[in-house]
Write a protein that binds this ligand. Structure first.
Ligand SMILES: Nc1ncnc2c1ncn2[C@@H]1O[C@H](COP(=O)(O)OP(=O)(O)O)[C@@H](O)[C@H]1O
Ligand SMILES: CC(=O)N[C@@H](CCC(=O)OP(=O)(O)O)C(=O)O
Length: 295
């Protein structure tokens, strides 16, 4: 007998119960990347997933990116955008635009989407409540021809050096869902632009999150044949980077996953943010939909 639509809905809800119980009062950090944004229907589905997590007793924290949106604004303002080692070279003018786009328009757009579901979101960046402190990123890059290491000067690109949990612990006990932009101050008074993956990893690590989800534009980590790898240990992830299976933007993402696990996050998942309701499919179903990286 074919199930009716309401029977399917009832079955799915019943199946979600053990997962709702598993994650009750647990912290789940969700990194919402700029590439996963842009489609209004997907944005609404994302917001309703986050709202449902909160309603189920989970403590969801959204950290968002906005790389393509910053690029578009810089373009509009006639400012050239350059990347080195996957990070945006950020001069004084650029960091002002980065803060305006990340902590301004994108942050408020996500807050508004969640608020429209009837839940309460609050938009923040690392500056709010002394939450995150950064310092100038020290990156080096190897010249592929000479193999000589060169120090990169990325300007106001930062690395997280300190996370203060006070505000996030307070919000976890409230109705509020934090939505955080990856901008943070330095002890030197400067404003730093931080890669959103790295920022999300630092927040999840400081909170010993149960899960850290990275919403990107591929189903997860793919093997040499392009098939989804359902689960990876830290050692296997290192091996896939070393043999070139993992390349490009996936390298810093997987490295961030490994760092987050070392910092105390129980499991990190890379999944497709372009699949509607990807967060619910990952958290509230038996096998999830992305690649789970575990210790
Ligand atoms: N083994 C792999 N599995 C999946 N994606 C990979 C792999 N190796 C390289 N990639 C690339 O990494 C990209 C995701 O990284 P990135 O573009 O930086 O994500 P985001 O902008 O969402 O943070 C994918 O679109 C894909 O092109
Ligand atoms: C230093 C650095 O590169 N910062 C990023 C911050 C935004 C980001 O990381 O957004 P996605 O997750 O959408 O890529 C940038 O300026 O683009």
């Amino acid at each position: 007998m074919n199930e009716s639509e309401s029977e399917i809905q009832a079955r799915l809800l019943a199946q979600a119960l053990p997962f709702m119980q598993r994650y009750e009062n647990k912290t789940i950090v969700v990194k919402y990347g700029g590439h996963a944004m842009g489609n209004p229907e997907l944005g609404k589905a994302f917001a309703s997933d986050i709202a449902l997590l909160k309603q189920s007793g989970v403590n969801p924290i959204v950290v968002h990116g906005g790389g393509p949106q910053i690029g578009a604004m810089l373009n509009k303002m006639g400012i050239e955008s350059k990347f080195e080692g996957g990070l945006r070279v950020t001069d004084q003018k650029t960091v002002e635009i980065v803060e305006m786009v990340l902590a301004g328009s994108i942050n408020k757009e996500i807050v508004a989407l969640i608020n429209q579901t009837g839940e309460w979101a609050i938009g923040l960046c690392g500056k709010d409540g002394n939450m995150v402190f950064a310092e100038k990123a020290r990156k080096t890059i190897k010249d592929p021809d000479s193999n000589i290491e060169r120090v990169l000067d990325l300007g106001f690109v930062g690395e997280v050096v300190e996370v203060d949990r006070t505000l996030l612990d307070l919000l976890a006990r409230s109705e509020m869902i934090p939505v955080i932009a990856p901008v943070a101050p330095g002890r030197d008074g400067a404003t730093y632009n931080i890669n959103a993956d790295t920022f999300a990893g630092a927040i999840a690590g400081a909170l010993n999150a149960t899960r850290l989800l990275f919403l990107t534009d591929v189903p997860g980590v793919l093997d040499k044949k392009g098939q989804l790898i359902k689960e990876l240990s830290v050692a296997e992830a290192h091996a896939l980077i070393a043999d070139g299976t993992i390349s490009g933007g996936m390298i810093p993402k997987v490295e961030t996953c490994i760092d987050a696990i070392k910092a105390g996050v129980q499991g990190v998942v890379i999944l497709n943010g372009k699949t509607a309701h990807s967060v619910l499919l990952e958290i509230f179903t038996e096998h999830g939909i992305g690649t789970l990286i575990v210790p």
